[in-house]
Design a binder for this molecule. Structure first.
Ligand code: G6P
Ligand code: MG
Length: 214
């Protein structure tokens, strides 16, 4: 039986994935190159500094450590400018209803995100109160696809990995869930999230009843 559901944030609870993409693209453009939405899939679930490394590689740009930190800070500022304009209306369809039904069924809820901005975002969209535990980029030493973030989430909720279901929009996140011995529900496209146990397009297609069938 399922004791806990662990949720990625960006692209699962709320569509900040588009804001990350916008801010990273601006960074690339200012450095004189561009990258595609297809390449952007590789950035999902990946930490800020690792994302920067990948992007600089795509552009063939070499920077000093100091310059990297400065650009990462700029990107985060552009990203936060977009985040600050968010409202609770941007919570993805079906998410509040699904979380409420989990709670009603005694299933624990944890966040498992690589973001260091997760609490700020949850506050903005008024979703902080839904979570029994929050594990994010401030707590982890190893990023997805390492399972650390989800193993910590399982522990915080008192569930065994085999009793957890992870919801993820990132390839690296699905891999992290599977590496941790958990079930993975992909949120997005089945063509991209091929390693997930099942893929849903939105939480409107999902329910507590369907959890048990995974
Ligand atoms: C999530 C997003 C990534 C982002 C990472 C770090 O995993 O999917 O796109 O780079 O968090 O986010 P942060 O808000 O700390 O820059
Ligand atoms: Mg995500």
């Amino acid at each position: 039986t399922v004791k806990a559901c662990l949720f990625d944030l960006d692209g699962v609870i709320v569509d900040t994935a588009v804001y990350h993409f916008q801010a990273w693209r601006r960074l690339a453009n200012e450095l004189g190159f561009d990258f595609t939405e297809h390449q952007n899939e590789q950035l999902k679930g990946i930490s800020r500094m690792e994302s920067l490394e990948l992007i600089l590689n795509w552009g063939g740009v070499t920077l000093t450590e100091e310059e990297k930190v400065a650009w990462a800070t700029k990107k985060n500022q552009w990203y936060l400018d977009l985040v600050m304009q968010m409202t609770p209306n941007e919570v993805l369809p079906g998410v509040p209803e699904f979380l409420k039904s989990l709670r009603a069924n005694g299933i624990k809820i944890a966040l498992g995100s690589a973001s260091k901005n997760s609490k700020l975002i949850l506050e903005r969209i008024q979703m902080l109160d839904y979570f029994d535990a929050i594990i994010d980029g401030n707590n982890i030493t190893k990023g997805k696809p390492d399972p650390q973030v989800f193993l910590m989430g399982a522990e915080a909720t008192g569930a065994q990995p085999s009793e957890c279901v992870v919801f993820e929009d990132a390839v690296a996140g699905v891999q992290a869930a599977k590496a941790g011995g958990m079930k993975a529900v992909g949120v997005g496209s089945a063509d991209i999230l091929t390693e997930a146990d099942i893929v849903i397009a939105t939480f409107e297609d999902f329910s507590v009843e369907k959890l048990a069938q995974i």
